[in-house]
Ligand binder design. Structure first.
Ligand code: ADP
Length: 290
């Protein structure tokens, strides 16, 4: 319609071309201005439509990958615990040692299931308006040590956090943050590669970093990995277990604490995940030895 309108104006202007030159050029200027605004609006609109189209496609792909991986993550422990339980039931002649090992496997698989269910429940509740944090001052190094000791999977970890640091946070939510970062550091590196946890401070922030020597995160993925369901590579070609929920939860919880998290390259290889806490949440106890 707009193009017809301009066509009409231009035709009628050409009929007036022998008339008032100043009037014709004023009208032409007006038509050109109108056209520029119109084309820019269409351009901006098209940009947003295309952008949200690609966002939708990428979200639906991530959701599909999430369903695939959750199905896999649920099926595997269910099938293997059943297998171990059946073996225990049907093969009475098994040695005590074998029975013990099957029972341990069942407990491990149940723990995995529990972790997955907890993650999904936390992800569905997080970000809600009635999210209440119970913030209290906690000795950071001891807190991280208790998490490391709680799971035999957390091997080869150096906790170099300064001993005197007391940080204000919600222990329930922050446990999930530290567990997810340690799970990833362990999952994406080999067991013999050590993981280092360290702190640094400047005049405004406390930086708590988790350094691993694993496969690393490509630069173009460094911010995307914090999106919900996002996993590097496609489900069909990836071999590691996961749901793409861990870092999403980590990022949301860190934000709830008024802090920030980012990912950098470690040298010569691996990644560094750093949480940047405001200094107003940090205290140093007087018994200071790092
Ligand atoms: P998940 O590990 O379940 O896939 P996350 O949200 O925890 O989901 O992580 C998202 C993606 O970020 C992972 O799929 C992985 O590709 C990448 N990633 C996370 N932590 C690390 C790490 N320490 N080293 C290398 N890649 C990582």
């Amino acid at each position: 319609m707009q193009f017809f309108w301009w066509g009409y104006h231009i035709i009628s202007l050409t009929q007036e071309v022998n008339g008032d030159e100043a009037y014709v050029s004023r009208r032409l200027g007006m038509i050109m201005g109108e056209a520029a605004v119109f084309v820019s609006i269409i351009g901006i609109g098209a940009f947003y439509v295309i952008r949200s189209f690609y966002k939708e496609i990428s979200l639906s792909k991530r959701q599909k990958n999430f369903s695939l991986s959750v199905t896999h993550e649920l099926k595997t422990p269910i099938a293997s615990t059943r297998l171990f339980a059946e073996t225990l039931l049907n093969r009475k002649e098994l040695s005590e040692e074998k029975k013990q090992s099957s029972l341990n496997k069942i407990v491990q698989e149940q723990d995995r299931l529990q972790q997955l269910v907890d993650k999904i429940l936390l992800a569905s509740s997080i970000g809600g308006s009635n999210q209440k944090l119970s913030i209290k001052p906690i000795a950071l190094k001891e807190f991280v040590n208790s998490i490391i000791d709680s799971n035999s999977y957390y091997k080869n970890i150096e906790n170099n956090i300064e001993t005197s640091l007391i940080l204000n946070f919600d222990d329930f939510y922050m446990t999930s943050v530290f567990q997810n970062l340690l799970d990833n550091a362990r999952k994406y590196s080999s067991e013999d590669q050590s993981i280092i946890i360290q702190t640094k401070m400047d005049s405004s922030y406390l930086y708590l970093s988790f350094l691993d020597k694993g496969i690393g995160v490509p630069d173009k993925e460094k911010t995307k990995i914090f999106e919900q369901f996002y996993r590097v590579e496609d489900e069909d070609i990836r071999s590691s277990k996961g749901t793409g929920l861990g870092l999403y939860l980590v990022n949301e919880i860190v934000k709830m604490h008024g802090a920030k998290i980012y990912c950098q390259n470690n040298t010569p290889e691996g990644s560094i995940f750093t949480i940047q806490f405001k200094l107003e949440n940090v205290k140093k106890s007087s018994a200071s030895h790092s």
